[in-house]
Design a protein around this ligand. Sequence first.
Ligand SMILES: [Zn+2]
Ligand SMILES: [Zn+2]
Length: 218
Amino acid sequence: MRSFIYPYCCICGRFTRRGLLCLNCSPPKPLDPKNRCTYCFDDTSDCVQCVKLKPKFESFRFLYDFQDVKHIIRFLKFNPSSAVAKILGNELKIIAKNIPRDFDYIVPAPISNASLFERGFNQSYILASKISKTLNVPLLNPLSKLSPPQSLLPPEKRVSPKIVSKIALDEDTHVLLVDDVLTTGGTALASLNALGCKASLLVLSSASKNFPFLLRAV
Ligand SMILES: [Zn+2]
Ligand SMILES: [Zn+2]
């Protein structure tokens, strides 16, 4: 898509003929899921840890190394730019198609009620709705996060987020949970518990190098 009227990168503001994002701000090619563990996305297709310990999620994928896209993730958190979300949503949907499962619903991970009030939108909802439309799988938005944003708290005060679901899903239902970034894994695991069904997890990026371990946490 080209922005003829406003030919400036919407993240850094530099002049660009490329469209919405300049070369510096554009996301790189997504990581190749080949030769990575289906369950925890660790850098091996022969993941001994996942054979030993059953992972919480049916599968896990992320698209980018955090350092490559942290500027986009930050931008999305505070700008409900459907155009930028669309670029990322397009990449997410390609990856989502490659997860070998049929999903009953696409579910956005919640942000805290305080953040929702402050920003007026949930960036994961925007991403999830793009995937829902493309895969033609219904979007379901039943989750609320009742605890305050953990990023505002010092590390020693951070607790597992309290997440509730408005509806109860059958335990055989399989949803694709979509989030922008995996940090501690707390939101993803609390969302899974609140949903009470099977879930695969798809995020733009993992901010922690420890993601295989986080998603196996009890
Ligand atoms: Zn830029
Ligand atoms: Zn694994």
